[in-house]
Write a protein that binds this ligand. Sequence first.
Ligand code: UDP
Length: 539
Amino acid sequence: QSQELSQARVDYHAALLALQEQGTRMICSGKMHTDRICRFDYLCYCTEAEEFVFFHSNASVMLPNLGPRRFQPALLDLSSVEDHNTQYFNFMELPAAALKFMPKPVFVPDVTLILNRFNPDNLMHIFHDDILPIFYTMSQYSDFDNEVRLVFMEGWGEGPHFDLYRLLSSKQPLLKEQLRNFGKLLCFTKSYVGLSKMTTWYQYGFVQPQGAKANILVSGNEIRQFAAFIMGKLNITREESPENNEYLVVFSRSINRLILNEAELILALAQEFQMKAITVSLEEHSLAEIIRVISRASVLVSMHGAQLITSLFLPRGAAVVELFPYAVNPDHYTPYKTLASLPGMDLQYVAWKNTIEENSVAFPDRPWEQGGIAHLEVEEQERILKSTEVPRHLCCRNPEWLFRIYQDTKVDIPSLLEVMRQTLKSKPNPKKVRPTSAVHPGRVREPKCQTSVQATNEAKMTVSWQIPWNLKYLKVRDVKYEVWIQEQGENTYMPYILPHQNYTFSENIKPFTTYLVWVRCIFNKNLLGPFADVLILVT
Ligand code: UDP
């Protein structure tokens, strides 16, 4: 029985003794509640009170020991969404002596990862907020292996894609509501609480309008390794398909936000790219089938929507074409553009929006969560109907946004083909793309400087250096050097890009003046190295 926590594996008396004598021990990483993950021995959970419990004894450890700051606002974020006030984690405290008066603890022997899923009804949220962060949180700690027990505390049911969560571990993930089946007091022998936010690239607009995160820390490499892991679990191989077997995929939605002329669109796209065209939808295909098809596709075309998260399974060199309904500005909703544009993701991206109102079908009478606006004041309804663009807004219930995003669209084919021709630099071709190198130059070595005064108003400065140490092991197409020259005390500097390892500057160099000179190496135009130690010289 997967629901049983095999108590046979726990030496119950030893565990109880350890809990009573040692109490709970917690050591966390991270300075702030937003970047904290905590590791616990003997963290307990009271299913009646729905509270985690920290038992104090002489041997307890609580690091960080924040005192009441633990509640300002919380110890940590339980989901990967930053500082969301419905996703906070904390625990109550009790002396270990209180155990005598409490229900007998049931021990969870597995190494457990405790977290909140953010929105397990939505495929984009499932991948971006949950599965990717869980995958890399597990990679971070050596305690985790394929036997990890995942515990989801957000309180939702399994959701439509629970099988995806099952891929992360051989053990059945537990939902909050199931915990009470095990007993009144559950004690996790060894657990981690919280999720790494390192792999997320999008913020949903709780504090400022939605958009790419300010400081993205993930690259295409990590996304692809995650994709390979998921595909491996689904027995999908990215085997070389024979030549001339290229195809494009139209990912359609069948319930709402429809493409009204899908057949016509598919014909036009097949014609344009000279490729076979395949349609998939979550209503007609399993996610595993869809991932298999997308993992070998050259182009993925879809309305804006959660299904586009599957572009993380596209091969390098493929193109993502995202369609937006009337009055929705593509620049304001960029989760899939940001994904496609991650460094090393090597996907091309095109956004198209419907600018022809007559090609749009709206649903003012639907319930508000499907974009209905009938519940609004008449003037507000009229304003929305007249507006040609949804103004920037915060998450999540802006009626004008919902109204517009749930429109159906007849895609104007000439204008779509036009933006695709303009934007796609080359014909999307997964077979021809090589991964771009991400190796950065080291510091230039032995930077030197010589000066000479030519006349009272004329001076020269010769700067030279040696190549970075790692360059001799690399084949780099384009090696350049950047030199910054700053007159001491000024707050501007003169930058130069140079092809060789030395240069004599004479323009703008004044005699009897102190200069600061920085030198760094640049590979392939945008891979910047560090500056060498500053040179200080007097002409
Ligand atoms: N969905 C779907 N077909 C549809 C409409 C929605 O499969 O016709 C899925 C969608 O992929 C997502 C979930 O239902 O996983 C919720 O869709 P919603 O429109 O709320 O979110 P969005 O796609 O805008 O992120």
